[in-house]
Ligand binder design. Structure first.
Ligand SMILES: Cc1ncc(COP(=O)(O)O)c(C=O)c1O
Length: 422
């Protein structure tokens, strides 16, 4: 049994951003007694995002890139601007490194199919974490199966997660071989809430090894710079950053572009027929076959504007303050045990995600009780395929619209349940 670091977290309440004005931006939070603590599943949508989606369907609806009339060309121009905006938002060097996908899962599958299927040879190895989200595990398992069908056997080498919920870079270093081609990691873990930058690997591994970061949980929560991360691939889910479902961002660094093939060839994918198949076009069209999720991309543009107006650094501070308060409060509740994560850190860190179990009640039952009492949290295994060693848990996740008062009421509620079951 782990023993959490004894309350090293101090009293950071003074740094908390007042959430009252911010909440007015999110209509679903108005006039409700519910306390939404499930932003890791999806974030609430701010008014400008909702209006953008409505406006697209209400006026000037067209298919960008499919017409020469102003409604279509105007949309194509807007999407090009949003690509540029997205590129600067995530710290990419060039807009053609940004691909719009159908979501984070689609983006991760694009990596395995567009890069892995043609690039990996017999005996090549990928390092991954079995505790990552299924969307960063199953595509790799699927790729291994597909390649085996072509007689190429690749190794999927698991690495460990540390007590603080981060990728264990010491373990990664011991597992790197001359056949390692790519390391994939959660930038912010969806259950443990630990941040992994893989910084410790820099200068110690062959720079030819590609790095893939699943930023689904960190996008819109923390300032992200894919260039500083030295990412070759980075994945974002728009619906977890105030945008709409069905839209994702796949960052592909230019150095990998000539190794990519279309995973969704079709209209607008820039490919041309060739005697032996298809001639690949250029990025980003190469990976964007078919009509894009137009309202989703427009909504992403509005979401980025909202995030910038709220200031992503400020959002990160706010989430840290709430997380630290949450950990400090839950630490003293009898029977609560934290899953790996910032609760075990020796300093005051936190990124808006905390998971725990409670003696005497299953996570599912606790989730039901909490929802009856107005607290909306996620329970279960949280789409993690390799958690046989971890029990189902309650995951609490915060965002800029949550308040210290909500966190305090949540802790009080958990305490009262603990007293009942204890
Ligand atoms: C870390 C992580 N990666 C990938 C995904 C998949 O995102 P989507 O379902 O939007 O494709 C999620 C969703 O919860 C996630 O938390």
């Amino acid at each position: 049994m782990r023993s959490p670091a004894s309350s090293p977290l101090g009293s950071p309440a003074a740094e908390a951003v007042p959430a009252t004005d911010v909440r007015a931006l999110f209509p679903a939070l108005a006039d409700t007694a519910q306390v939404y603590l499930d932003s890791a599943a999806t974030t609430q949508k701010p008014l400008p995002v909702i209006e953008t989606i409505h406006r697209y369907h209400n006026s000037g609806t067209a298919n960008p890139g499919r017409g020469t009339y102003p409604w279509a060309t105007g949309l194509a121009t807007r999407i090009a601007r949003i690509r540029e905006h997205t590129s600067s938002f995530i710290g990419a060097e060039y807009p053609d490194e940004v691909v719009f996908t159908g979501g984070a899962t689609a983006a991760l599958n694009a990596v395995t199919l567009s890069w892995g299927l043609t690039t990996l040879g017999d005996g090549d190895e990928i390092l991954y974490s079995p505790t990552d989200h299924a969307s960063n595990v199953y595509p790799w398992l699927h790729l291994r199966g597909l390649l085996a069908g072509f007689g190429r056997r690749i190794g999927l080498i698991p690495y460990r997660t540390s007590e603080t919920g981060e990728a264990d870079t010491e373990d990664i270093l011991t597992k790197i071989t001359p056949r390692t081609r790519l390391i994939t990691a959660s930038h912010l873990h969806h259950v443990f809430g630990g941040l992994s930058t893989l910084e410790e690997l820099r200068g110690h591994i062959d720079p030819a090894i590609l790095l893939c970061f699943d930023c689904s949980q960190s996008g819109g929560h923390l300032p992200i710079d894919v260039t500083t991360l030295e990412a070759d691939f980075a994945i974002f889910a728009a619906h977890k950053m105030f945008g709409a479902p069905g839209t994702g961002i796949l960052y592909c660094r230019r150095r990998v572009h000539d190794r990519l093939v279309p995973f969704l060839p079709g209209g607008n994918s820039g490919t041309r027929p060739h005697a032996r198949g298809l001639l690949a076009g250029t990025m980003p069209e190469l990976l964007e076959g078919g009509t894009p999720n137009i309202p989703g991309i427009l909504a992403l543009g509005s979401a980025l504007e909202v995030l910038e107006s709220l200031d992503v650094d400020g959002i990160a501070v706010h989430n840290r303050v709430l997380t630290v308060r949450l950990i400090d409060g839950l630490r003293s509740v009898p029977g609560v045990e934290f899953l790996p994560g910032p609760a075990y850190a020796t300093c005051a860190v936190g990124y808006g995600i905390v998971s725990f179990t409670m003696d005497g009640i299953t996570a599912t039952d606790l989730g039901f009780v909490l929802s009856e009492l107005g607290f909306l949290v996620r329970t279960g295994a949280h789409c993690t395929p390799g958690t046989a060693h971890e029990p189902d848990s309650v995951r609490v996740s915060t965002h800029i619209y949550n308040t210290l008062d909500e966190v305090d009421r949540f802790i009080a509620c958990v305490r009262s349940v603990a007293e009942e079951v204890g």
